[in-house]
Structures are given as structure tokens and as C-alpha cells.
Design a protein around this ligand. Sequence first.
Ligand SMILES: NC(=O)c1ccc[n+]([C@@H]2O[C@H](COP(=O)([O-])OP(=O)(O)OC[C@H]3O[C@@H](n4cnc5c(N)ncnc54)[C@H](O)[C@@H]3O)[C@@H](O)[C@H]2O)c1
Length: 267
Amino acid sequence: MQTDIARAFDLTDRAAVVTGAASGIGRAASILFAKAGANLVIADRESGALAETASEISKLGREVVPVVMDVSIRSEVEALVGTALDRFERLDVMANVAGIMRNAMFLDVTEEDLDAIIGVNQKGVFFGCQAAARAMAERGGGSIINIASAGMDSPAPDISVYAMTKAAVAMMTRSLAIEMGPQGVRVNTVAPGFIDTGMTQRHWIDGDGNQDLEARDTMWGQMSARVPLGSIGQPEDIAFAMLYLASDASRFVTGQVVRPNGGVAMP
Ligand SMILES: NC(=O)c1ccc[n+]([C@@H]2O[C@H](COP(=O)([O-])OP(=O)(O)OC[C@H]3O[C@@H](n4cnc5c(N)ncnc54)[C@H](O)[C@@H]3O)[C@@H](O)[C@H]2O)c1
């Protein structure tokens, strides 16, 4: 077995697709995969911020194709995987990162909220898994990485639909891992704790970019106090777990939930 550390984590000339790549965890993972040598197709519905991620990757000397799309639309997800196959003639890694959160107490959740959250977090990941697994199986294997959340481990008020979709992603991962293992396709979930990204910054940065630093400090203080390691996480903390799952270092790992969460949940 290969035990050279750099080689075990190396993605040189492999092709990776990352959704949600305009921001936060998706952006950090795209850049880390590029640093590990991968060429990328990056996707998001936010074109301007996606172009910024693409520019970072180009500066690293890797090939990158930005695709503005919506993961909740099956044909767009299939086309996304098709773009990777057309451009790189392979698909080694598929990271289904795009996700949304809307806060509402259970009794107040509207059908519109329900459909929107399930559409992105659950159907979007399902479509990504299906398209990628098919392409990978035809080419001898690959690694699919789905993003869930510590919210699937511990119930909290006003995120019931979000938590439900993330638990579904973990179970979907296991079902797919069972079916695709014999074809060399590994499927794993990463369930992050509280991370400093757009998803959490919306609590202290308004739509015009105004920052309420007092609100930030209060929120970070409350979140950190619940975490055994005593801090919130950064996008790179999740990207490193994703690099492990993307690379040969994790070649014997499938159907698992990896939890970079500071210890906030230990199921
Ligand atoms: N930040 C956290 O604390 C945290 C914790 C656990 C899990 N997560 C999960 O991590 C993933 C990444 O979130 P993040 O924290 O980086 O947040 P983020 O808001 O910074 O990034 C999410 C990205 O997904 C994109 N996106 C949303 N809907 C889309 C759609 N329909 N089609 C294409 N792109 C779409 C957004 O435009 C955005 O760029 C999500 O699945 C989220 O649920 C985040």
C-alpha cells in the first residue's frame, strides 16, 4: 500500500466538481482541491462570487470551469457533470456542498419554505449523487462527498426542516455507498459544526453589508461555549476533511459521516 503522505492526499490531474463554490465551505474546498492538484468545475447560482473563486483557482495554475446553475433542477445538475466529462474526460470527485437554511419554528414553516429547503439540500444532493455515481461507475470509480450538518445530530429550535434534510443526506449517503461500493464509487458525508460562512454571517451582516460586531461577538460566544474545543470553525476546517475523503488517503472509507464540529455533537 502507498504510504507516502503527500501522494496519498494528492489530487494531481484529477477532475472535481464542487457545488456551492461561490462562498464559504464550497469555495474553501474548491481552492484546497486545486492546491492538491485537481482541475475543477465549480458551480453556484451566484455568478459574481463564483467568478472570484474561479480566479483564485486559476492563480494556482489549475484549470477551472465556472458554471452558474441551480442544484435543485435535475437537468442543470446532469449538465454540470456533463461539463466535467466534456472538459476533463473524467470525474474523480463530486462535492455536493450547496445548501440553504431558513429559520422558522416548526408550526410556522410554510409549504414554500419546506419545498425550497428540500429542493436544494435534499433533492439537489440527490441529483448530484445520481449524476456523479453514474459517471464514476462507468469510469471505474470516484469519491462523492455530501455536506450535512451537526444540526442532524442535535435538535435545535427553528431549524427543523434544515435538520431533517441533513439527516436525509446522511442516510442517502449510506444507501448509495452500499449500492456503489462494488463499482469503486465511495460516498461519504461531512457534518460540520458552526462555521464562519455566509450562512452564519447573515445573523450579523445585513443585506447591504453592514456589520453588527456586537451581535457577532454574542453569537460566536454562545456557539463557542457549547463546543468542547471552545471555538467556532472556519471553512478550511471542513475543506481539510473533504480533501481526506476526496483523496486516496480515505480509499477504505465509504458510507460514513465525518464530523469536524469541535466536539459539539458526538453521536
Ligand atoms: N456554516 C455552517 O455553520 C454550516 C454548518 C453545517 C453545515 N453547513 C452546510 O455547508 C454547506 C455550505 O454552506 P456554507 O456554510 O458555506 O454557506 P454559504 O451560504 O456561504 O454557501 C452556500 C453556497 O451555496 C449556494 N447555493 C445555495 N442554493 C443554491 C442552489 N440552488 N444552486 C446552486 N448554488 C446554491 C449559495 O449561493 C452559496 O454560495 C451547506 O450545505 C450548509 O448547509 C454549514
